[in-house]
Design a protein around this ligand. Structure first.
Ligand code: F6P
Length: 342
């Protein structure tokens, strides 16, 4: 008896990050070389799945993309289960199921962050075989220790902080650097430790501007020439202010110390992945292909203690992984005199 050659679809959804192409390559090469599967990639995330826009991925398309930033498939923030006026009578979930069946797919791999995992779970509920792979620079996907993209973003933020140290020192200034992270402060925490931040402000820990200013004044009194403050974009600030803008303004106003702000923005999401992200994305991708070979569906690939594992998408859906006060990095930083503004 001959078994039918499996046909799988891949999509990348949500904000991009370094490592997406490494993951696509990891899935594709394992699926094709090891298991003789056929692979297609949907264009622009869930948009391509709804409109049946896809490209065939063979070994040729998967070559030379390991180090490439962004995603060769494109991405979008399309949420097919959200009903909007503009969609008229289009039933997106119905189209997704129809396209999946018409294309003769055996599984759909959704690479993305929290929103993507929630949608992947809902797609699974339509009777589609689905697997999730967690990516985001924010590292806030529930159920895994690390998402790929995070290490690259932390490396970029750390490099930026290293550069701020020298200019801050020359001018004896306070420098406020804003990194991404609307809900979770993982980038700020890790870059804050790696880049020697004096104050780290994250959305999970409420800050007191008086405590921040006191800490900065004390440093200057102690003949520390300058101070570095790293803030996550999602900390609470008054309307119309950026996180860095508000904190810089508070410091100047209350201490009289010259302060400058830097907002790193999308630089954190661009460019080539670090070797750590290349490896993680490749391992996630290859593992997902193995799961398809074993016909294990409805789960997200995850990592814990450097060991790959899976977690049901139903458990991941709708949750966030946030920094907690007892996080070892928070504790270590605090023990070394780093302030969290609390
Ligand atoms: O990828 C996650 C993230 O980078 C957030 O930290 C950031 O605020 C958000 O995406 C912004 O992305 P976009 O402008 O593409 O929606």
């Amino acid at each position: 008896m001959t078994t039918k050659k499996k046909r799988i679809g891949i999509l990348t959804a949500g904000g991009d990050c370094p490592g997406l192409n490494a993951a696509i390559r990891g899935i594709g090469k394992t699926a094709i070389v090891e298991h003789g599967m056929e692979v297609i990639g949907f264009v622009s995330g869930y948009t391509g799945l709804i409109h049946k826009e896809y490209v065939k991925l063979n070994e040729e398309q998967l070559s030379g993309i390991l180090t490439l930033g962004g995603t060769i498939l494109g991405t979008s923030r399309e949420k097919p289960f959200k009903i909007s006026q503009e969609d008229g009578n289009i039933n997106k979930p119905e189209l997704i199921k129809q396209n999946y069946d018409e294309l003769g797919l055996d599984c759909l791999i959704c690479i993305g962050g929290n929103g993507t995992m929630k949608t992947a779970w809902k797609i699974g509920e339509l009777g589609i075989n689905v697997i999730g792979i967690p990516k985001t620079i924010d590292n806030d996907v529930y159920g895994t220790e690390f998402t790929f993209g995070f290490d690259s973003a932390v490396a970029i933020a750390t490099d930026a902080m290293d550069r701020l140290h020298t200019t801050a020192n020359s001018h004896q200034r306070a420098m406020v650097i804003e990194v991404m992270g609307h809900d979770a402060g993982w980038i700020a925490l890790h870059a804050g430790m790696a880049g020697g931040g004096d104050i780290i402000l994250i959305p999970e820990i409420g800050y007191n501007s008086k405590a921040i200013c006191k800490k900065i004044e004390k440093r200057f009194e102690d003949k520390k020439a300058y101070s570095i403050v790293v803030v996550a974009e999602g900390i609470k600030v008054p309307k119309n202010y950026s996180a860095a803008g508000y904190i810089a303004k508070c410091i100047t106003k209350n201490t009289g110390i010259e302060t400058r702000e830097t907002r790193l923005g999308y630089i954190q999401r661009g460019g080539s992945p670090t070797h750590t992200d290349r490896i993680l994305a490749t391992r996630y991708g290859a593992y997902a292909a193995e799961m398809i070979a074993q016909e294990r569906y409805g789960e997200m690939v995850a990592i814990e203690g450097n060991k790959l594992k899976t977690i049901p998408l139903s458990e991941v859906s709708g949750k966030l992984k946030l920094v907690t006060l007892d996080n070892p990095l928070v504790v270590k930083c605090k023990n070394m005199g780093v302030s969290f503004g609390d």
